[in-house]
Design a protein around this ligand. Structure first.
Ligand code: PA5
Length: 428
């Protein structure tokens, strides 16, 4: 059973010539399946298979010994895990919610002195474990953060005690983290050679932090495998990931160069960030690419809603919706109806939220913004796994349709190398 459904009705008048794209999708599909297109050394994500037992075992030992778990990484090395946590855990996971295992914080995704000082203050006096994640093992931001937390852990537990509290996730053999793991005896997970950072959420990169948070990663992978079954299908009519990719490409060709990813749930906040990274880094190259932007409604209906309704007509909108929240809140009846809300008494917040979606989708369509919606059944690990796979497949397809290699990131490397030079890193 699929956990996702798509609705393209609000695209109807915007893309009359849909059939023109079918042969291109077919040939890009074959390229993906044969593994002979640009960047084909990085197609490992297409088979989401992983040693779950090993990840679960290490996650259990970390959960048992720490009150605070710090995940250090940047880009594809942290955002998928954060997306999973925000999607599946309580809206306030680190505050008073003690049933869910250790509090989890992220570090090394910025170079802010205040952020890292505040985090170190916050966790002082608590039992800490760290997972540092970097495929290259040389990225400056997480490397600096790791130095701080390694020192903190070694001071507190000694170099021997640190062995049980630090886990490294990195390349099989390259990079500084490998050397450290060997020298210090830290436990290590390997990021497979054929999986790039932003496609790595269904590897130990995303799965270990999720397992430490108490998420059933077996169910996440089961959802991803469902995604693989559905979105490897060559027939475009039956493959929603390819239909979504095809529409994105057609809209882009018509001059709609920005895609607004709109959600109505704070639980999707980091998922949107993950989506933005996946699209931005995979598609934005060679002077091409859909610009991925995100908004969170209803909040942004009261700010960006104006721009979307009446600004420059170069945008299309993708709504990510949920059929059923985890819990239902009904609006209470008030005796004197002083706030005039009794017409909503007995209605659920889901009902009102859904009307906000319908209102926005209709208004934006009438304002000249083509839109489509992706609805997931619930906030389950299976739905999350399928959703990850859906977007990975769709972004790979859109990249190929736009004629770029979706699996490299030469622009990001530019910045990384410039920074090494400016910081006088030896050898640069
Ligand atoms: O998708 C990517 O490749 C990037 O976003 C990387 O994940 C990011 O730059 C971090 O790189 P690394 O894991 O090598 O530290």
């Amino acid at each position: 059973m699929s956990h996702l459904s798509l609705n393209f009705n609000n695209l109807n008048n915007f893309i009359p010539e849909k059939s023109s794209i079918l042969p291109s999708i077919q040939s890009c599909h074959e390229m993906l399946e044969r593994g002979d297109g640009p960047g084909s050394d990085f197609l490992g994500w297409m088979q989401p298979t992983v040693n779950l037992a090993e990840i679960e075992m290490v996650a259990k030992s970390l959960r048992d010994q720490c009150e605070v778990f710090i995940v250090i990484g940047i880009g594809g090395s942290y955002i998928g895990a954060q997306a999973g946590l925000t999607f599946l855990k309580s809206s306030f996971p680190n505050q008073l919610d003690k049933e869910g295992g250790p509090d989890i914080y992220f570090a090394g995704q910025n170079i802010s002195s205040d952020y890292h000082s505040d985090l170190m203050d916050l966790i002082s006096g608590h039992d800490v474990c760290v997972n540092v994640i970097s495929k290259s093992g040389t990225t400056t931001e997480p490397a600096i953060a790791f130095r701080f937390f390694k020192e903190l852990i070694e001071k507190k537990y000694g170099t021997d005690g640190a062995k049980n509290r630090i886990v490294i996730t990195t390349d099989a053999s390259k990079g500084a983290l490998n050397q450290l793991a060997a020298e210090k005896g830290y436990r290590k997970f390997v990021i497979p050679d054929d999986i790039g950072g932003r496609f790595s959420v269904l590897s130990p990169v995303g799965l270990l932090p999720m397992a430490v948070a108490g998420i059933d990663i077996g169910k996440v992978i089961a959802g991803a495998l469902k995604g693989k079954e559905l979105y490897s299908c060559p027939s475009v009519e039956e493959n929603d990931a390819y239909r979504y990719a095809g529409f994105r490409h057609l809209l882009y060709q018509k001059g709609m160069t920005t895609e607004i990813f709109a959600t109505f749930q704070p639980a999707f906040h980091h998922f949107s960030e993950w989506w933005k990274q996946l699209g931005g880094e995979s598609e934005g190259k060679d002077g091409k690419g859909i610009f991925p932007a995100t908004v969170e409604f209803a909040t942004d209906l009261h700010s960006m809603g104006q721009w979307i309704q009446e600004g420059q007509r170069t945008i299309f909108e993708t709504f990510l919706l949920i059929e059923k929240s985890n819990r239902q809140l009904k609006i209470p009846t008030s005796k004197n109806d002083a706030d005039g809300l009794n017409y909503l008494a007995g209605k659920t917040l889901d009902h009102v939220n859904n009307k906000a979606y319908e209102a926005a989708a209709l208004a934006h369509k009438e304002g000249g913004v083509p839109n489509l919606s992706i609805t997931i059944k619930d906030r389950s690990p299976e739905a999350l796994g399928q959703l990850f796979y859906f977007f990975e497949r769709a972004v790979a397809m859109t990249g190929y349709l736009n004629g770029v290699n979706p699996f490299d990131q030469p622009g990001v490397e530019f910045y990384k190398n410039n920074m090494f030079k400016l910081l006088n890193k030896p050898g640069y």
